[in-house]
Design a protein around this ligand. Structure first.
Ligand SMILES: Nc1ncnc2c1ncn2[C@@H]1O[C@H](COP(=O)(O)OP(=O)(O)OP(=O)(O)O)[C@@H](O)[C@H]1O
Ligand SMILES: [Mg+2]
Length: 236
């Protein structure tokens, strides 16, 4: 019998009182505050380059928001490299790609998780070219629909500097959480990605400074990069 290795649960689920989990609380508070004024907040999680921690951040934020009682939907809009289903342990047979290609209606593809108040729309099968799918009216319609049904919709996405997908999604988002890898993302690369978001006039809710080494936990680079509230997250 073949066994696939189960990805560990998000740290906010397995150790909700840990320092690493607390790193997400500032952004959670910020998003919570926004939902008080307007339910159905659509938040894009993105970063400059691959492997910087977008999916990890999306899942941890989703868990921490749902722990505060908000009804949360995570959408895996990284259809090039879908990974949310592995982290939140759901099936990826159907997902966003099925909804956008009109082969399935979105309510049939949204899956409850083990975590109360948290549901997932996985990426589904990889389409040949995701960018035009994200630019179609179906995507706008889907976002309008889930806005009505959830307090927060969190979208994982590809990196800003490799495809236009994140920018296409950003036009529909109320805010962006920008992830920086403290050990790998250079200042120049982060600034280039942030400049793209600024050009689109997108509101940056805050940043997650990921993989901050223990000895540098007060490293101020995040605040400089985003000019917004930046929290640090490490040791997941
Ligand atoms: N703070 C951390 N400490 C240790 N491992 C981490 C940390 N953040 C992320 N990782 C691991 O690094 C890898 C990349 O992280 P993740 O998948 O969240 O990044 P991503 O930006 O979504 O990557 P991709 O571009 O492949 O979609 C994963 O295996 C994840 O478990
Ligand atoms: Mg990812």
């Amino acid at each position: 019998m073949s066994r696939t290795k189960r990805h560990p649960d998000p740290i906010t689920q397995s150790s909700p009182s840990s320092v690493a989990a607390e790193a997400y609380h500032t952004i959670r508070t910020n998003i919570q505050f926004r939902t008080e004024a307007n339910h159905g907040q659509v938040i894009l999680v993105t970063s400059a380059a691959a492997g910087e921690g977008r999916t990890t951040t999306t899942c941890n934020l989703a868990v921490t928001l749902s722990q505060s009682g908000l009804k949360v939907l995570v959408v895996d809009a990284d259809m090039r490299n879908p990974d949310i289903h592995n982290r939140l342990h759901v099936n990826n047979d159907v997902g966003l790609s099925s909804v956008l290609s009109s082969s399935q209606e979105s309510p049939r593809c949204i899956i409850p998780t083990d975590i109360p108040h948290l549901q997932v729309l996985p990426g589904g099968h990889k389409p040949e070219n995701p960018s035009p799918l994200l630019a179609m009216d179906q995507f706008d319609g889907f976002i309008s629909q889930v806005r009505q049904e959830f307090d927060v919709v969190l979208l994982d996405s590809p990196p800003l500097l490799t495809t236009s997908d994140a920018l296409v999604i950003a036009r529909l988002a109320d805010g962006v959480v920008f992830v920086v890898d403290a050990q790998r993302t250079s200042r120049i690369v982060a600034q280039k990605a942030l400049a793209q978001l600024k050009e689109m006039d997108v509101h940056i809710i805050g940043g997650i400074l990921n993989r901050v080494p223990k000895h540098a936990r007060k490293y101020p680079i995040g605040a400089t990069l985003t000019n917004q509230q930046v929290t640090s997250s490490w040791n997941l």
